[in-house]
Design a protein around this ligand. Structure first.
Ligand code: SF4
Ligand code: SF4
Length: 224
């Protein structure tokens, strides 16, 4: 993904001495432009769709941020250039941006929450009962609202170990062994702004995905 360059905006501010404080602009959400309104005197940019998630008892609210400017036509023009670039890169919005093939750093450093619906989907995918799947693959921590059961198990007790469903032997060749049934938490993960990406991987790389994840003892478990 190309980076939106705000250097011109910053130097413009230095030149004019306008009290615009660009350092206070959080430019990271520029990739999440939700709405832009421009008239002759105003530029209003709204970033990020507001979403609310419940992780256990904690309400996590994605920030919604609005910036308005109307004092300096040159500054507005500078903003307009940024907007034009943002529009050009709309294709880079989270729903359209792919991770480099084979990167799975997040499948180690991150603990996806598992809901009852996730557990039912994973159980069906692996042809296990709901209880078997939860016992085998979920580290339980029931949430106050009853929505999440816990998080996905790692291959060891170390929380930074790889997800039990991660397949492949090295970066560039990792893949999710239950991709169609992965938890919603994994589906929501976005490479936009990801700090963990393996930068050595090419986004147009290709590799052949191996076999899907199989439970270790499916026959015995089915008979339990
Ligand atoms: S379920 Fe798949 S996508 Fe989710 S953490 Fe595990 S390997 Fe990664
Ligand atoms: S780019 Fe980030 S989100 Fe995507 S697989 Fe790599 S670590 Fe995970």
């Amino acid at each position: 993904m190309e980076t939106i360059d705000l250097i011109a905006l910053r130097s413009f501010t230095r030149e004019t001495g306008q009290p615009t404080h660009p350092e206070l602009l959080d430019t990271t959400p520029m990739e999440h432009v939700k709405e832009i309104e421009i008239d002759e005197e105003h530029v209003t940019i709204t970033y990020n769709q507001k979403t609310t998630r419940y992780y256990n008892a904690n309400e996590v609210v994605q920030r919604e941020w609005v910036y308005k400017y109307n004092d300096d036509p040159e500054f507005v023009a500078a903003i307009a250039r940024v907007i034009a670039l943002s529009r050009k890169h709309l294709k880079d919005l989270p729903e359209n941006l792919a991770c480099p093939p084979g990167c799975a750093e997040c499948c180690s450093g991150y603990e996806p929450f598992v809901s009852r619906a996730d557990a039912r989907r994973i159980a069906g995918h692996l042809k296990m009962t709901y209880t078997e799947a939860v016992d085998e693959y979920v580290v339980k921590r029931p949430s106050a609202d009853g929505y999440h059961l816990g998080w996905l198990r790692k291959v060891t007790d170390d929380v930074s170990a790889r997800c039990v469903f991660l397949k492949g032997s090295k970066s560039g060749h990792y893949y999710c062994g239950i991709y169609e049934a992965r938890p919603d938490d994994c589906r929501d993960f976005t490479p936009v702004g990801c700090q963990d990406v393996d930068e050595s991987l090419a986004r147009d790389a290709k590799f052949e995905i191996g076999s899907p994840f199989r439970p270790r003892r499916p026959a015995r478990r089915r008979g339990r």
